[in-house]
Write a new protein. Structure first.
Length: 570
């Protein structure tokens, strides 16, 4: 009995990533009095991207799995870069992904007064001082990885002088950049973050929430730990680049004798054909390489949403990639695979023709229209069927016809018979060309005995084509999106160039005169469909009753499935 229980415990441990193992062990030992409190703390200086989704799902997911709570906290300590637009977008994105903070919405600026009082405490303990070095001088005094830093000439000011100067900094007596408040730690420390880091800088800038009340603003390393402490976070989960900052996080809280959460670091998400730097994404927006933060080629959550990604697919992707301690790059094919899996189960099937070629069925009764039955989603037994109009004039995909087909081309060609989806067998009898020799119209005959199925005489065809009735189809614009960059690692640029040199000039193709079946009339923005044989598409917000606009979310071809299949064979 004991062995079985031990095995079950081991199996459970194996299923948990290293962070969840820590949380589970802390609950077992009652380390935090049975509490689990995490937080997602974005700086509102840009839009969230797929990398943030990993952190969102991790923090909110842990809180949900361990009956805890997760706070949404805006680290709004830099008023020159933060905007209400970003705050609103972050709130929308977190909600859209399916998470809720249940009333625990906070701002770093809520704690400015407490942070100031904490700083005064450190000054009184002789652990902080006002420094008059310029930013450039501060960098020079800091030293390097191989060379220790030098003490600031202002390091040994008295407690009284530091308190006086810090109060005057707060009162606005000094210009921007003229003074800072620094922690007094060790200028020879191997970890550069411990070499008397800056806690406050002077910045005469209005804050979106506190207006002109403050002209000194806390640095991230100072604010981060205090925010966690004030909110009584149990597990402060950060990305790996903050591992070298953890000693400073601990030092501040220890010197203040404050409530002390545990900081845990994990590897951030890197994705092929994608940049994750907010600075680089901002540059793409500002320089007009994309049509804003919500451009469907962007890795932003709002961009993915506009492209047609589902929150379920993103959450499943975050679950599959897991959490680890080492940096790596995930193939974007896995993200697209998770998307296809979800959309295959949930998206209604419809027929659309992106590059229309007219087909006239000469032996079809003139003026006749039939209502053929089409399956909405074969993966969903409750999806039902719909009626699709069929007539003697249709559109098929231009790529589905070749006048002189190669050996393995099985679609329509002169004299060849194919099946029209849900309809009939048709045979091409004539090809009409314009004065430039371009094919503009096909003439066919149909077999009335083949409606909705096979030929009664048992003859077979090698291809089934999608189509739309010419007289009933709706005109639509379709935007075909591809990767924004041509290289898996966009930063891999030739000397003298930057990541933008790898932008894909063919990342967007706009098709203006597509045709879609009439069931799509009035399709709501954000609605997702599978265009049969073509891929998954989403109705764009630009769409209206008079102008349907669709974004290609992802193609039907699944490279990830092939990768997995090849790996299993090895």
């Amino acid at each position: 009995m004991t062995n079985t229980k031990q095995n079950n415990n081991n199996s459970e441990k194996e299923r948990l990533d290293f962070i969840r193992q820590i949380v589970a062990e802390d609950l077992k030992t009652n380390k935090w009095d049975g509490r689990v409190v995490t937080r997602f703390p974005p700086e509102p200086n840009g839009y969230l991207h797929i990398g943030h989704a990993k952190s969102i799902c991790l923090n909110f997911g842990i809180a949900a799995e361990f009956a805890g709570q997760c706070h949404l906290r805006f680290d709004d300590t830099n008023p020159t870069k933060e905007e209400q637009e970003y705050i609103d977008s972050i709130i929308e994105d977190v909600h859209w992904l399916g998470w809720d903070w249940e009333g625990h919405l906070y701002y770093g600026s809520d704690y400015f007064e407490q942070m100031y009082e904490y700083a005064v405490q450190l000054i009184k303990k002789g652990k902080a001082y006002v420094c008059d070095l310029t930013a450039e001088q501060t960098r020079e005094y800091r030293g390097t990885l191989t060379k220790p830093g030098k003490d600031s000439p202002y390091r040994n000011r008295s407690v009284e002088e530091n308190l006086n100067l810090f109060e005057r900094m707060k009162a606005g007596e000094f210009p921007d950049g003229s003074r800072t408040l620094r922690a007094k730690i060790d200028m020879s420390a191997p970890n550069l973050n411990m070499r008397d880091p800056v806690m406050y800088r002077i910045l005469h800038a209005a804050h979106p929430r506190t207006s002109d009340k403050w002209c000194i603003y806390p640095m991230y390393d100072w604010a981060h730990g205090l925010e966690d402490s004030i909110e009584r976070i149990t597990h402060s989960i950060c990305t790996l680049e903050f591992e070298n900052h953890r000693p400073l996080y601990d030092w501040f809280l220890e010197k203040l004798d404050a409530y002390h959460p545990q900081q845990i670091e994990f590897a951030r998400l890197n994705l092929t054909y994608t940049v994750m730097s907010k600075r680089k994404l901002l540059k793409l927006v500002q320089e007009g390489h994309v049509a804003g933060w919500a451009d469907p080629r962007m890795p932003t959550i709002c961009g993915l949403r506009r492209r047609g990604y589902s929150p379920q697919a993103i959450r499943e992707f975050c679950r599959r990639i897991g959490v680890n301690k080492f940096n790596s790059t995930v193939d974007i094919a896995l993200l697209e695979h998770c998307l296809r899996e979800d959309l295959n189960k949930t998206s209604p099937r419809v027929m659309a023709v992106l590059k229309p070629l007219k087909v006239v069925i000469d032996n079809y009764p003139e003026g006749q229209v039939e209502e053929l039955e089409a399956i909405n989603n074969p993966e969903d037994p409750n999806a039902g069927v719909r009626k699709v109009p069929f007539s003697g004039e249709l559109y098929i995909e231009r790529d589905d016809f070749m006048e002189e087909p190669p050996k393995k081309f099985y679609r329509l060609a002169p004299g060849r018979e194919v099946r029209l989806r849900y309809a009939y067998f048709v045979t091409c009898t004539d090809v009409i060309k314009d004065e430039n020799g371009e094919v503009v119209e096909l003439h066919c005959t149909y077999d009335p005995a083949t409606r909705g199925g096979d030929a009664p005489d048992g003859r077979k065809v090698k291809s089934t084509l999608h189509w739309v009735s010419a007289g009933h189809a709706l005109e639509a614009q379709v935007r075909l999106y591809d990767h924004l960059f041509t290289k898996e690692n966009p930063d891999d640029a030739v000397e003298g160039e930057d990541f933008k040199s790898n932008l894909n000039p063919n990342s967007l193709e706009i098709l203006a005169s597509c045709r879609v079946e009439p069931s799509l009339a009035g399709a709501a923005p954000g609605s997702r469909y599978q265009f049969e044989r073509l891929g998954y598409f989403c109705v764009d917000p630009d769409s209206s009753d008079s102008k349907l606009v669709f974004n290609r979310t992802v193609s039907l071809r699944d490279p990830w499935a092939k990768i997995q299949k090849a790996q299993k064979k090895k």
